[in-house]
Design a protein around this ligand. Structure first.
Ligand code: DGJ
Length: 544
């Protein structure tokens, strides 16, 4: 090692030590090497969130809306710990962050960073800015008191609606200033990248009206469709063609999506120019099978039908993410399909917290998601029933904790295998007691509801659809298998009989699989049976 290199290393060590003494780096664990920014990487249509230069799987949880206050955090961290989450999604409230115009209050942000480091988790910050669920409720009071700042849209009858205008230039400028202040602060105080991503706004758009009908909106609606939108939607039209002429029945909806996305795109771009963390916006999804027509769903947000418009209008956003509370599994899975696109990394920032939703993290992973987070699992006493459970209990948290207990120690390996296209995963659906995973020379058979001992009758399915499993191909005849409440077996494509050459149960420690025992006899004679035990198998199969 030459002298220059030694000097450089000494400087780096001194810098980290200095940061630790001022409390910026947790002495317990510096989460991410200074300098390597989290980023979304795309390869052959698959995506990964790179953290510390390698794929990372977000095993997340989102806190309730009013839970990111320091006084509430003692009721948040126990649930995070029990869940074994590695990432927590926490709102940053504009009204708290900028209580007086131009005066930014960093105390809550700084507390979140400090406590996240103490609890050894990463954060995703949710910028509750101009839009929160289609309204502007998180705008600071000084904005709400200034009609020229907190402009509302008006419906077709000219009545003001509880939804911010995407044409309000002063509000946009204020949001850009505040979001820029947030990103500036983050850049300064988070060199170890405790924060992995930032969500820009929350479920933006408008409930109750397809679009704004103000004179400004009307003028823009009658103006030519921007060339970017035409290209994004594969439309050819004359340069003067307006929204109605180009898009007919969809014109108003597409116009509102463009307007909202254009506004948020500018907020995101300003933040990204300061500190280029991955940014995204979430969608209140529409029914993916029978969407119906507006106003049955929120207009203007990144619903599945307007993803290309959002991509064109807001290129600073790295991805558009679905919030999924749909009960029906076919609909839930369809939403995952719609947001898993070559131009969009799949990430589920909110998923329902009823117990039957626990299995869906496997469905998301099976579609190469970079992460997943059930909503509202904290002990602050609030529950978003009927969307979720009537009460957040330790028993409910334990249902979700099963997943992360199993996946946590191998989350890096899963993210890597997924990025390489080697992993598949499925969840049980009501009325579908068996499923197949095609790995070419091997088909993996998954069945639900069978006893552990004996071949059993046709699989009946579990009493509730709780089954879930992931399978990754490690080499031609070697697989990683892990799951709950299911039986897994292998079928050779040439029609020969399979035999288990060796089945190791073990755990991952620092990226290395450490076997603890070999499964055989009752444990393998009828297939590999997964129960509520978090068990990881390395399986070598052969034929005879
Ligand atoms: C979706 C929103 O994004 C969340 O902030 C929250 O309001 C849930 N709906 C419902 O609890």
């Amino acid at each position: 090692m030459n002298l220059a290199r030694i000097a450089f290393l000494l400087r780096a060590v001194a810098a980290v030590a200095a940061l630790a003494t001022v409390g910026v780096v947790s002495p317990a664990r510096a989460q991410t090497a200074v300098g390597s920014l989290p980023r979304i990487v795309q390869k052959e249509g698959r995506h990964a969130l790179f953290v510390d230069g390698a794929p990372y799987l977000i095993l997340g949880v989102q806190v309730n809306n009013s839970s990111a206050w320091p006084a509430m955090l003692p009721k948040v961290w126990p649930a995070v710990g029990e869940l074994h989450a590695n990432t927590v999604e926490m709102p940053i409230y504009w009204e708290q962050f900028e209580p007086q115009q131009g005066h930014f209050d960093y105390t809550v942000l700084d507390t979140l960073l400090t406590q996240a480091r103490q609890h050894r988790v990463h954060l995703i910050l949710l910028w509750f800015g101009t839009w929160k669920n289609g309204s502007g409720h998180y705008m600071p009071e000084w904005m709400k008191r200034s009609p020229e700042l907190g402009t509302h849209i008006v419906d077709a009858k000219g009545r003001p609606l509880d939804s911010p205008s995407p044409y309000a230039k002063a509000a946009l400028a204020a949001d850009i200033r505040a979001f820029s202040a947030l990103m500036t602060r983050l850049k300064a105080v988070d060199p170890q990248h405790t924060v992995l991503m930032v969500q820009v706004q929350n479920e933006p758009g408008t409930w109750g009206s397809v679009r704004d009908y103000s004179p400004t909106a009307q003028r823009l609606f009658e103006a030519p469709v921007p060339a970017k939108v035409l290209a994004a939607m594969n439309k050819t039209a004359g340069p003067q063609a307006n929204w109605q002429e180009v898009f007919g029945a969809d014109a108003e909806e597409f116009f509102h999506a463009w307007s909202v996305a254009h506004y948020i795109g500018q907020v995101a771009a300003a933040g990204k120019a300061i500190y280029p963390l991955p940014l995204y916006t979430n969608a209140a999804v529409r029914d993916p099978i029978n969407p119906g027509r507006l106003p049955q769903y929120e207009s203007g947000g990144p619903t599945d039908n307007v993803i290309p418009i959002w991509k064109a209008a807001a290129p600073a956003l790295d991805l558009l993410a679905p919030d999924i509370y749909l009960e029906d599994s076919a609909r839930y899975l369809k939403v995952l399909e719609l947001y898993r696109r070559p131009d969009n990394a799949l990430f589920v920032p909110e998923s329902g917290n009823k117990r039957e939703f626990a299995r869906y993290v496997f469905a998301a992973i099976g579609r190469q998601a970079i992460g997943f987070a059930p909503f509202g699992l904290d002990y602050t006493g609030y529950s978003n029933a009927p969307l979720g459970a009537a009460k957040i209990t330790e028993e409910l948290v334990a249902e979700f904790a099963l997943n992360y207990k199993l996946l946590g120690p191998m989350s890096r390996e899963i993210a890597k295998l997924n990025f390489e296209g080697k992993l598949q995963a499925v969840v049980e659906e009501k009325g579908k007691p068996s499923q197949s995973l095609n790995f070419g020379s091997w088909t993996v058979k998954v069945s639900y509801g069978l006893p552990q001992f004996g071949w059993g009758e046709n699989p009946p399915g579990n009493p509730e659809p709780t089954g879930r499993v992931l399978v990754a191909r490690l080499s031609d005849n070697e697989f990683l298998v892990a799951g709950f409440f299911c039986r897994v077996d292998f079928q050779d494509s040439t029609g020969k009989q399979r035999q288990f050459m060796r089945v190791d149960e073990g755990s991952y420690q620092n990226g290395i699989f450490k076997p603890i025992r070999i499964w055989n006899g009752d444990q393998t004679d009828y297939g590999l049976n997964f129960t509520s035990e978090p068990q990881i198998l390395h399986v070598r199969v052969g034929t005879f």
